[in-house]
Design a protein around this ligand. Structure first.
Ligand code: MOS
Length: 746
C-alpha cells in the first residue's frame, strides 16, 4: 500500500547547493587534492603508434632521475586475477581495459608504462625518458575515411534498444509520398574534456583497497575494480567527495583506475595518478563520429509517410560501443513506415563511450535538421510541421506515454521566444552586417532508471539522516537528495543530513544517462515513505497518541513534521513527540529501489522545445548564437535552480557541438592532433550570449516514485539542430557537417 503525503511540489524550491560554500571557498577536496603520507606520483607513458606491439622498453634513464622509484610496464606489472572479465561487455560502463598485461598496442595514446616518483615533477621527467620501440601494423582509420569491416553491432548501449528496426512498409510509404528528401549528415569524433581530469589516489591496507577516484559511478567502479582484481567487493572502497564534471567519460571505469592500485601494490606506497590533458584524448572514451543518411517523405497534408535513418559510427579494434544515433527517430513523430539501421566500422582508436547524450545528440541533430528541411520544402512553418506530425502515442513501442507535455513546451517556448515574428523566407532578417536567423527543434531524452539503495533515519530530535553511496557530478545531486527526503516528512532541507560520496553507504546508480535522480531519488523517496509508514503505525497503536486508533490512510504529515488526521486536522502530534514517547529511538528503513514493469506498459521520456537565434557574418564566416531558449517538461523538478543550471549547461554543450568541437586525427597514425584545450575548441563566456531555460509543470506518477524524468542530457539534444536551423534561416544555406566552422560558412 502506498500513501500520498503532502502534494509533491512540481517545481521545487530553488535552494542553494549544500556543498556550495565549500566549493566557493576552495575547501572542497577533489580526488586529485587528497594526500597520503609517503604517497608516490604516477605519470603515464603513452604509445606513439596506433597498432602493433612493444618490442622493448628502456627504463634505465628514467630510473636514474632522482626520486623515481619504479617504472611499471607489462614487464613487471602485477598480474590481475579477474582478467577473464576484461572482454567486450553489454554494459556501457564496462569497457575492455589496457592494464599492462601484454605487449600489444591497439591505439595511439594508449597507456603502456607508468613512472612512479616522489614528486610529480620527477615522475614527469622520468616519463619523458622512457624509450619504447615497436613493431607496427597497418592502421585502421576512423570515420569519415575509415570504411573497413563495416558490421552491425551486437547490441546497443541501452538494453531496450534493438539495433535495427522496421515498421510498416518503407518502399510503399516512399511511393505514396508527394514530397521526398534524402540527405547525409556527418558529425566528428569528440572528446569529453571535463575541467577536472581523471584522477585518483589509491592505497592498500593489507588486502583492502581504498581509492579516492573521480567517478560518475561509485558503486559501478567498486564492482568493476573488484571484478578485475578478483577480490570481494567489500574489500574495495571508492570515495568521490567532489567531482569536476565528467560528461559521461567518468561513468566508465577506464584503465587508469586499475593502474594506480596496481602501482600501489607494486611499490607498497599510496599512488596518486592524474591524467594530463593530452592523455584524455584516447584512453577515457570519446564520442564516435557519425555518418547518417535521412530520408523523409510526406503526403499532400504534410504528414510523414516514410522515414529512414541509417547511421554509421565507429568503435575500437578490440571492443564494442555503438553510438545509438537512430533510436529517437523511431519514436519522435507519428510515421507509419520507418526503417532504422546502425552499422559501425572498427578503427585503431580508444573505445568510444557515452558522451553528453550518446546517440540522441548526433542522431537528433540529423533528424531535426531533416525535419526542418522538409518543412521548408513544404513551405510550412517548422513548428506547424512538427505539430502536424505529433505522436500521441509512442509509434515505436506502440505504447502510451506516461506523460508528454511537448505541446505545452512548443506553445510556451514559442511565445516567450517570439517565434511568431519569424519571417518564413530565409535571408530576410538583418542586424547591420550580420544576417539574422531563427530556428527551433524538438528535444527529447528517455527516462532511464537504475537500481539504487538508500537508508533513511528519522531521529527523535526531528532531524533526518540519509545514507546512499551516490556521487554528485556537480549537478546538485547531494542537494536535491536532502530536498526529496525533507519533503516526505514535511521538514525543511536543512533538517536533513546526507552521507554520500562513498561506497561504504548503500549501493547507488551511476550518474549517467540522466538517471540518477530517478534512481537514487526514488530510493530516498521510498525509504523515507517507509519510515513515515512506521511512524504512522506507531501513532495509531499508541494509546497516548492523539492519533490512537485512527486509520493508517487517514494519517498525513504536514509542514514542520506534524502528523495529522486528514478528516480532522485538529487531531495530531509532532513526529518528535511521538518518537520521544516511544523509547526515544530513531526510526529507520533501507530500501532497494528499481524499475518495475513500467517500461513494459509505457513509453517514458522527457520532452522539450529549443529556440535559437543566430547572427552570421558571411564576409568573415562567423556565427554567433545571440539567443537560446529551451522549454522542458521533465516530470517533477526537485530544485528549480540546479535544474535550470543543468539544462543551460546542456545548451552550452550544444553550441559547442554545433560550432566548435572536433577531434582531429593524423591519418598516418591516428594520433589526435589537437589534444589540448587551445586547439580542441569549446565555447567560452564570449560565445554564450542570451540563454535561458524553463520548466513546464508536469505530474507523472508512473515514471518512478520520485516522479522525475532526466534533465542531464535533454539540454544538448535538440539544441544542436535548433542552431543549425537558425543558420539556415539566416543564410538560406544548409550545413550538414558539424561543427559549422568559419571555413564552411565562407
Ligand atoms: Mo551521460 S553521457 O550518459 O554521463
Amino acid at each position: 500500500m502506498t500513501f500520498k503525503n503532502m502534494a509533491k511540489k512540481l517545481l521545487g524550491d530553488p535552494i542553494n547547493r549544500v556543498d556550495g560554500a565549500l566549493k566557493a571557498t576552495g575547501r572542497a577536496r577533489y580526488s586529485a587534492d587528497i594526500k597520503r603520507p609517503g604517497m608516490l606520483h604516477g605519470v603515464l607513458v603513452m604509445s606513439t603508434i596506433a597498432n602493433g606491439k612493444i618490442t622493448a622498453i628502456d627504463t634505465a634513464d628514467a630510473l636514474k632521475v632522482p626520486g623515481v622509484v619504479n617504472v611499471m610496464s607489462h614487464q613487471n606489472a602485477p598480474k590481475l586475477a579477474g582478467m577473464d572479465k576484461n572482454k567486450p561487455s553489454e554494459i556501457a560502463t564496462d569497457r575492455v581495459l589496457h592494464v599492462f598485461q601484454d605487449d600489444l598496442v591497439h591505439y595511439n595514446n594508449q597507456p603502456i608504462a607508468m613512472v612512479l616518483a616522489e614528486t610529480l615533477e620527477q615522475a614527469t621527467e622520468g616519463a619523458s625518458l622512457v624509450r619504447v620501440t615497436y613493431q607496427t601494423q597497418p592502421v585502421k582509420l576512423p570515420l569519415p575515411a575509415g570504411k573497413a569491416d563495416m558490421s552491425t553491432p551486437k547490441q546497443m548501449p541501452r538494453v531496450d534498444d534493438q539495433v535495427d528496426t522496421k515498421r510498416g512498409d518503407l518502399a510503399a510509404g516512399l511511393a505514396a509520398a508527394i514530397n521526398r528528401m534524402e540527405e547525409t549528415y556527418t558529425t566528428p569524433t569528440m572528446n569529453h574534456n571535463a575541467l577536472e581530469p581523471h584522477a585518483l589516489l589509491a592505497y592498500w591496507e593489507g588486502d583492502k583497497l581504498t581509492m579516492y577516484n573521480a567517478t560518475q559511478g561509485i558503486s559501478g567502479c567498486q564492482k568493476r575494480v573488484a571484478e578485475i582484481f578478483g577480490m570481494p567487493k567489500e574489500n574495495v572502497r571508492v570515495i568521490t567527495q567532489f567531482l569536476g564534471g565528467g560528461f559521461g567519460s567518468k561513468g566508465t571505469t577506464f584503465s587508469h583506475v586499475m593502474l594506480a592500485p596496481m602501482a600501489a601494490k607494486l611499490t607498497g606506497k599510496p599512488v596518486r595518478l592524474v591524467l594530463k590533458r593530452e592523455q584524455m584524448f584516447g584512453m577515457v572514451g570519446n564520442r564516435s563520429a557519425t555518418v547518417q543518411r535521412l530520408n523523409l517523405a510526406t503526403g499532400k497534408d504534410g504528414k510523414l509517410l516514410a522515414t529512414a535513418h541509417h547511421s554509421i559510427t565507429q568503435t575500437s579494434d578490440f571492443d564494442e560501443f555503438a553510438e545509438p544515433a537512430g533510436t529517437i527517430t523511431r519514436m519522435l513523430y507519428a510515421c507509419p513506415n520507418l526503417d532504422t539501421t546502425h552499422k559501425f566500422i572498427r578503427a585503431n582508436i580508444g573505445t568510444p563511450a557515452p558522451m553528453r547524450a550518446p546517440g540522441e545528440a548526433p542522431g537528433v541533430f540529423a533528424l531535426e535538421s531533416a525535419i526542418d528541411e522538409m518543412a521548408a520544402q513544404l513551405r510550412m512553418d517548422p513548428l506547424a510541421f512538427r505539430l502536424a506530425n505529433y505522436a500521441e502515442t509512442d509509434p515505436n513501442k506502440d505504447k502510451p506515454f506516461s506523460s508528454k507535455s511537448l505541446r505545452e513546451c512548443y506553445r510556451q517556448g514559442a511565445e516567450r521566444f517570439g517565434w511568431s515574428k519569424r519571417p518564413a523566407q530565409p535571408r530576410s532578417l538583418k542586424n547591420g552586417n550580420y544576417l539574422r536567423g531563427m530556428g527551433m527543434a524538438t528535444t527529447v531524452y528517455p527516462m532511464n532508471r537504475g537500481e539504487s539503495t538508500a537508508l533513511v533515519r528519522l531521529k527523535p530530535d526531528g532531524t533526518v539522516q540519509v545514507e546512499t553511496a551516490t556521487q554528485d557530478l556537480g549537478t546538485g545531486t547531494f542537494t536535491i537528495m536532502t530536498q526529496i527526503a525533507a519533503e516526505v516528512f514535511g521538514l525543511s532541507p536543512d533538517q536533513v543530513t546526507l552521507s554520500a560520496g562513498d561506497s561504504i553507504y548503500p549501493t547507488s546508480s551511476v550518474s549517467g544517462g540522466s538517471r540518477n535522480t530517478a534512481s537514487t531519488g526514488s530510493a530516498v523517496t521510498q525509504a523515507a515513505q517507509e519510515v513515515l509508514k512506521k511512524a504512522r503505525q506507531m501513532a495509531l497503536k499508541d494509546p497516548k497518541s492523539p492519533l490512537f486508533n485512527v486509520a493508517e490512510a487517514e494519517i498525513v504529515v504536514q509542514k514542520g513534521g506534524q502528523l495529522q488526521q486528514k478528516s480532522n486536522p485538529k487531531v495530531g502530534e509532532a513526529l518528535t513527540s511521538l518518537l520521544k514517547r516511544n523509547g526515544n529511538k530513531p526510526l529507520e528503513a533501507t530500501v532497494q529501489s528499481k524499475q518495475g514493469d513500467e517500461k513494459g506498459k509505457y513509453s517514458m521520456n522527457a520532452f522539450g522545445a529549443v529556440f535559437a537565434e543566430v547572427e552570421v557574418d558571411e564576409l568573415l564566416g562567423e556565427v554567433r548564437v545571440t539567443r537560446l531558449l529551451g522549454s522542458f517538461a521533465a516530470g517533477r523538478i526537485v530544485n528549480l535552480k540546479t535544474a535550470r543550471s543543468q539544462v543551460l549547461g546542456g545548451m552550452v554543450w550544444a553550441v559547442s557541438m554545433a560550432l566548435h568541437e572536433k577531434t582531429v586525427f593524423d591519418p598516418r597514425n591516428n594520433r589526435v592532433m589537437n589534444a589540448n584545450l587551445a586547439e580542441y575548441h569549446v565555447p567560452v563566456n564570449a560565445d554564450i550570449q542570451e540563454i535561458d531555460g524553463f520548466f513546464i509543470e508536469e505530474a507523472d506518477d508512473i515514471v518512478n516514485p520520485a516522479g522525475v524524468k532526466g534533465i542531464g542530457e535533454i539540454g544538448v539534444v535538440g539544441t544542436v539542430s535548433a542552431i543549425a536551423n537558425a543558420i539556415y534561416h539566416a543564410t538560406g544555406r544548409r550545413f550538414r557537417d558539424l561543427p559549422i566552422t568559419v571555413d564552411k560558412v565562407l
